[in-house]
Every structure is written in structure tokens, then in C-alpha cells.
Write a protein that binds this ligand. Sequence first.
Ligand code: HPA
Length: 272
Amino acid sequence: MKESEKVAAAVQYLTSLLPRTPELAVVLGSGLGGLADRIEDPVMIPYASVPGFPLSTAPGHAGRFVAGRLGDRYVLCMQGRFHYYEGHEMSAIALPVRVIKALGCRALVLTNAAGGVNWDFSVGDFMLITDHINFMGANPLRGENDDSIGPRFCDMSAVYTPALQQVARKAAADLGLVLREGVYLGYMGPSFETPAEIRAFRTLGADAVGMSTVPEAIAAAHCSLPVLGLSLITNMAAGMAGKRLSGEEVIEIADARGPVFQELVTRIVGML
Ligand code: HPA
């Protein structure tokens, strides 16, 4: 089956359940899942029910679409996402992004929890993603290209849409929040990085490191879907804080800073 046919099957199913066309889509990373609770008149659609979608397994990720009103906007949230480390194919991670584009969303907001690599960052900081480094060793566009979705060789010069970055800066300033900026490096995981890897990544130009977002951003660039990326720095990366890393700590900080992060995303969505 061609990729566009898979997309069409999922879109047909989703549109049969959605009361209207979503304007924007938001992928909720760790700690941001609570944003879905702010949605009015929510329509919940488990990924498992969507034709062609795999099952999500990551802890702290619910695994469903939540559509509804967030302020003045009608949004489609992904409460939970597919990670490469879970064993999903890159194409399975790209599928929801293509579906979001085909549904008619005009922008995609990608959020995540990340480790701080930049020494100037602190735990709890928010970072606007200005660019990324794909260190996952895989690319969702590998294999046969469906020209009806996007070009074989996809330009990556401005994946994180400059106009959307401006909106995020304005929203953070309005809320009196410090918004760091930097380069997100995507790491396959699921093991955390070693201190030597983190030193290498800093030399390469990374400011934050995480295990998601990059495949989705590539898929979005491919289908010309404008992207905004936001990271919540849940920990300083390996070797930087003189202590061991744990998934529990990531979730703990994400939960603690989640409400403010949600406030920021809600504000941004209202301005898009
Ligand atoms: N490394 C990779 N992914 C992460 C981290 C980290 O330190 N923190 C949250 N997600």
C-alpha cells in the first residue's frame, strides 16, 4: 500500500469521529499530557483504533488523540507519541504527522522532555528548538518516496518555522517566562547517553538531547507542515550534574514544571 493510501485511511476514520477540522496539532511530550485535560468538549480517539497506527508503550504516554477546543482554537493533541526506541518503524512515527497534515492542520507543535547539554541551562528551563541534529541513525524518509506527500530529497534549511519561533518568543515574554533557545539532538535511546557522548554532542553544537521529535520534524518538513518545537529541560545530561539519570526523575520534573509548560503552549496555540 502506498503511504498516501495509509494516510487517507486514517484521515477518513478520524474525520468520521471529529466534529470539525482541527486547525492545529500538538504532540504532548512527558509532563505535557495534562494539557489534554484543558481541552473543552474533548473527543478521545485511541491510536489503537486508528487504521494503520501502532500501539504506544512509553511510560507517561496515554496513546490517544484528544481533539477539542483550547481557548479560541480547535486543536488535535497527541497525548503520547511513538518513539523509535520502542521498536516502532520510522515510517510509523511519520504516519501521524502526515495524517495531521492531510486533516488540514496548519501547524504542528512538537513538545518533549530533554536533557540539558548547554552549561547555561538549568533543570526546569524551557527551550525553543531552533534546529536539530539527527543522531538517531535512521530517517523516516528512507525507502520508497510517495511523491504525492513530498519530494525525494527534502530541504531541511528551516524545519522549525521562523515565524512560529517568533510567536513562541512573544508568548513566553507575555507570560514573563525565560525561553532558552537551541539545537535539539535526537538520540535513539532507550539508554541515556554516556558523559563522553554528551561532551561530544556539545562539541557538535547540541544544546539539548532527547529521544523523540526529530523523526516527526523530518516528516513534517517533508509534507510542508510548519513546525514549532519546544523542550522542557528535565535534567542536566549525563555527567553534568554529578549524579545518575533516571526516567523517574524526568517524569518528576516534567510533572512539576508541566503546568507552566502547558500555560506556555496554550498561549502559543492561541496566537497561531
Ligand atoms: N537524554 C535523553 N533523553 C532525555 C533526557 C536525557 O538526558 N532527559 C529527558 N529525555
